[in-house]
Design a protein around this ligand. Structure first.
Ligand code: NAD
Length: 479
């Protein structure tokens, strides 16, 4: 029986690469029926800031499988990225981006590269929670959750198991973000134990990224939080030869969305030059997800054969290596001619057991013992001397909560700050309860009331907690 899928042709090069992709998979016998929806630039510019009509959500949710071409998010005007919204609103927590070299047919410095980036897709700095708090300072909240970490890390290991991959590497920056990235790393270590046959390792993202760009052949599956995954999957695709080569699967418990990793490349639009391979790879992953593994295999092998034949779009065309420069359409036709053929140089792809993964649902743990032990008051203050601020703010101290530290952009400036530290108009004043005592919400309300009476401009508060007696907030830098 045919499976209904939702298709959006998107913006820029989107319609061309989508037409090419659909032509190829339908020629290969994909058993699909298509509901097309309009998303992206036209919808944004018609006044819908989310880039999609509510009826289109119904189509996506009914069909559960969405093949989407890239879209253009207009700059400014408060337009929210539809890609980020779709991933989050549909709970598409896992973003899978395989990137492999096509040496010697596509020029690359990394002939042996075969990496799969598994990117967390719902949280991190992409929570989209940003606030301007003072004249000089804007904040963006980085949210990392235990369910978010558990789901993505487990997905990475299960993916490695299903696809016969040997190693899963985790990238984080937990030497700096000890709590958020620290949780991601901790969960990675916890779950890795359940997969003794798969090698696991962790790299700090900066050196990890440098190694990935230098010796990608040392990596296999790499799992990482959202922002790092976004950046490094573009890098990984580009160093295989072109960002136009890689596809991406966005997987949730109910729905899934498949796309190319690249954007709408507006400069290349309407010229029949774009490489449809990225979206085609998205479609291959979609066919596997739908259980149409034979069709996925056929398309993938025909595509490899076409690359081997030297039939190349402009982005991978190289004099002396490529045989024929083709446009988007002609590339699709060449793949169709190669259906049922086998690549001779590249190993034939076989997707026998590679339909969708079924992962256990997240189970919430019992709540931990949580104690309130202090509060950070964030202040908009245009003075320059931290000692003066400490004198002013100390007026708020009481038996229950005393001023223990002032920081500016995280650096301790009182007590015993350095004159050299540059200060903005955004100050954090930490009030702590006496050693061993707890604080009540009442004390915080009292602090805020006194701050208000003293005309102090409090722009936000953050409670300081201990969980099971363990400090669960960061110290000031330099503290
Ligand atoms: P981009 O990926 O669209 O293009 C960057 C460059 O890469 C292009 O100029 C082109 O030289 C090359 N390129 C990209 N895809 C190619 C292909 N298939 N074939 C050949 N060459 C290709 O990045 P950008 O220019 O930064 O972004 C353009 C627009 O795309 C922006 O509006 C951005 O918001 C949007 N975008 C959308 C998605 C998505 O829909 N998933 C992802 C990223 C960016």
């Amino acid at each position: 029986m045919k499976q209904r899928i939702t298709v959006a042709k998107g913006d820029g090069i989107g319609p061309e690469i989508m037409d090419a992709t659909l032509k190829v998979i339908l020629a290969a016998g994909a058993e699909i029926e298509i509901d097309e929806i309009e998303v992206g630039e036209k919808v944004y510019l018609a006044g819908n800031t989310s880039g999609i009509a509510s009826s289109s959500w119904d189509t996506i949710r009914n069909n559960k499988v969405f093949l989407k071409a890239p879209i253009t998010t207009p700059q400014g005007g408060g337009y929210k990225s539809l890609n980020v919204t779709t991933r989050k609103i549909l709970g598409l927590y896992a973003n899978i981006r395989p990137c492999s070299s096509l040496h010697p047919y596509v020029k690359t410095k990394h002939p042996k590269m075969d990496v799969v980036i598994v990117r967390e897709n719902e949280e991190d700095l992409y929570a989209g929670i940003e606030h301007q708090q003072t004249d000089e300072v804007i904040q963006c909240l980085k949210l990392i959750s235990r369910p978010g970490c558990e789901k993505i890390v487990r997905y990475a290991f299960e993916y490695a198991k299903q696809y016969g991959r040997k190693k899963v590497t985790c990238f984080t920056k937990d030497n700096i973000m000890k709590q958020t990235d620290g949780l991601f790393h901790k969960v990675f270590d916890e779950i890795a134990i359940e997969y003794p046959n798969i090698i696991n390792e962790h790299w700090i993202i900066d050196i990890g990224a440098a190694k990935l760009a230098d010796t990608p052949e040392d990596f296999d599956v790499i799992v990482m939080p959202n922002l790092y995954g976004d950046i490094l999957s573009d890098v990984a695709a580009q160093i295989t030869g072109s960002v136009g080569l890689a596809g991406s699967a966005n997987i949730g418990e109910e729905c899934a969305m498949f796309e190319a990793i690249h954007g709408s490349a507006p400069k290349r639009a309407g010229q029949n030059v774009a490489n449809p391979s990225g979206l085609l790879h998205g479609a291959i992953m979609m066919l596997n997800h739908l259980g149409q593994t034979k069709v996925a295999e056929n398309v993938h092998n025909a595509w490899l054969k076409t690359i081997e034949d030297g039939t190349h779009t402009y982005d991978i065309y190289k004099e002396g290596v490529s045989k024929k420069a083709v446009g988007t359409n002609e590339f699709a036709d060449a793949i169709i001619k190669n259906l049922n053929a086998t690549p001779t140089h590249f190993e034939k792809v076989s997707y026998k057991n590679n339909s969708r993964l079924n992962l256990p649902k997240y189970i919430r743990r019992n709540p931990l013992k949580k104690d309130l032990v202090g509060v950070d008051l964030f202040l908009h203050w245009t003075g320059e001397d931290p000692d003066t601020l400490a004198t002013i703010v100390n007026q708020l101290s009481s038996e229950d909560a005393t001023l223990s530290m002032i920081t500016n952009r995280g650096i301790k400036v009182w007590p015993e700050g350095f004159n050299e530290t540059f200060c903005t108009d955004h100050w954090r004043c930490r009030f702590k309860s006496k050693e061993g005592n707890k604080l009540t919400k009442h004390t915080i309300i009292h602090l805020l009331k006194k701050a208000n009476e003293n005309a102090l401009d409090i722009i936000k508060t953050e409670n300081l907690y201990e969980f099971e007696g363990k400090v669960a907030y960061s110290l000031g830098q330099g503290q």
